[in-house]
Ligand binder design. Structure first.
Ligand code: 2M8
Length: 462
């Protein structure tokens, strides 16, 4: 067995070991947790990524993963970012903090915000790779209607201006929770104005730093703000319209919108494949609209795509140098003119072209932090999206395919050398001494790291 075959085998073990069975109202759901070391519930975009990885191993498990995720859908169509396991009490903030019981369609307990709609892309992946016609039909009958409702929710509530870009109302919705992108928007929530009861709650209940190195995790000020928003939304009775109007955090997110564009593309293809032409055209139009909006959000001044802070009627450009700027590649939105400019930043060793790319924040940014969560480390999920984004341009630009291939090599090597960590030091590379240096951060035996090893290996190296 080759080294990568062995790593693939270990990846399967990680995934199988992270599968849990949860019974709610007599129905048993089989689903994967991101890491048993801390993330003991089901997370939205993690599960979508895991489902794609599981598709290479056991399609029935892949189906169960998406089915369990969609079982937590709200009456208004939102698919929450966490589907809780009622038997697990360690994660903070848990169901008692969110109090969303009245919103779900079943007795399943969930958080009250969402995450990038990778799940549509995953559903399309399951359908395309279905082992039997019956499996494909099950995807259409049981999952597609729910995914369509999720898209209608996102369009109606998160793009009320119908401009193509999605607004997020909490940085947890972006998936890149404490990225420098959110710093300025969060400044609006003055720490002194946050009620003491929220700060006390964070100090008393916060569990992540009991399990992980405090220097790897978001700071206390971040958590105060995260929980302040949760508390506000709860007071607004989880009314999406009011939350959109009143939240002090509301940002047109490039990463989320890019995944949204591809999700609509996937949904259009799926609808087209089963003869739903009207739906196909509708979601295709949405995908196109978002691609155009992303293109228009390119800034020549900052040489990147920019988020826009739209909270309470604002329109302020955010231009932090983070991996979000590369996501329009995945949306297939990057124009011929924008492509070389974007690649110049990706391949700049002062910025993103480190020994183990792609750092979540540019190396030369004053906000780069080598170990802290989304402020510096390399993440396999991000690499996987950037690789697939670059691959969409391989016929347009000869350099692009080499870059994608390089990131595939470094990502697979990083995991084979270091294991299935949540995130990795982007800078060590060849200078890393086995047994002496550490390159891995966050929690271990991480599901999406394992899932993407399987996918990247099978798609590009097997
Ligand atoms: C991280 O986020 C959660 C909150 O949702 C946390 O830190 O407690 C992020 O990396 C997020 O993108 C991811 O989905 C989640 C589970 O892996 O962990």
């Amino acid at each position: 067995m080759t080294r990568y075959e062995e790593t693939r085998q270990k990846a399967i073990e990680v995934l199988f070991n992270n599968i849990v069975e949860v019974t709610v109202s007599g129905i048993t759901y089989r689903r994967t947790v991101p890491s048993k070391e801390f993330y003991v519930h089901q997370w939205n975009w993690d599960s979508a990524c895991v489902a794609m990885g599981l598709m290479h191993v056991d399609p029935d498990l892949a189906f169960d993963e998406l089915n369990a995720l969609l079982a937590g859908q709200w009456k208004n169509g939102m698919v929450p970012h966490i589907i809780f396991n009622p038997d697990e009490k360690t994660y903070f903030p848990g169901p008692d903090i969110w109090q969303t019981h009245a919103q779900t369609e079943s007795d399943i307990v969930t958080s009250g915000i969402t995450q990038p709609p990778v799940l549509t892309i995953a559903l399309h992946y399951l359908y395309k790779n279905a082992p039997t016609p019956a499996f494909a039909q099950k995807c259409i009958d049981q999952l597609l209607p729910k995914v369509i409702r999720f898209h209608e929710y996102l369009k109606h509530f998160r793009d009320p201006e119908d401009g193509g870009l999605i607004s997020i109302i909490h940085s947890w919705e972006s998936g890149v929770d404490n990225s420098p992108c959110w710093d300025e928007a969060y400044q609006r929530i003055n720490i002194d104005d946050i009620p003491q009861r929220i700060k006390d709650m964070v100090h008393y209940y916060r569990t992540d730093i009991k399990h992980a190195d405090v220097s790897h995790r978001p700071k206390f000020e971040d958590y105060y703000r995260y929980l302040y928003l949760v508390d506000l939304f709860k007071r607004l009775n989880w009314d999406s319209e009011r939350i959109m109007k009143e939240s002090p955090f509301c940002v047109k997110d490039i990463l989320f919108s890019s995944i949204w564009a591809q999700a609509n593309q996937s949904l259009a293809e799926l609808c087209g494949a089963i003869g739903k032409e009207e739906e196909r055209d509708r979601y295709h139009t949405w995908a196109e609209q978002t691609r155009t909006a992303l293109q228009n959000n390119w800034s020549d001044e900052y040489q990147q795509y920019c988020e826009i802070d739209v909270a309470q009627g604002r329109h302020e450009v955010i231009h932090e140098p983070t991996i979000s700027m590369f996501f329009p590649l995945y949306a297939h939105a990057t124009t011929e003119e924008q492509l070389p400019k974007l690649l110049a930043r990706l391949t700049d060793p002062q910025e993103f072209w480190t020994p183990y790319p792609v750092p979540s924040t540019a190396l030369n940014s004053p906000k780069f932090d080598i170990a802290r969560y989304w402020r510096g480390p390399s993440w396999v999920i991000i690499n996987a999206f950037i690789i697939q984004g670059l691959k969409k341009y391989k016929d347009k630009n000869s350099q692009v395919d080499q870059l994608a291939e390089h990131i595939i090599d470094t990502t697979l090597a990083m995991i084979a050398d270091q294991g299935f960590s949540e995130y990795f030091d982007p800078t060590k590379g060849g200078g890393f001494k086995k047994g002496q240096d550490t390159m891995t951060y966050g929690f271990g035996s991480f599901s999406w790291t394992a899932a993407f090893f399987i996918m990247l290996y099978d798609m590009y190296r097997r």
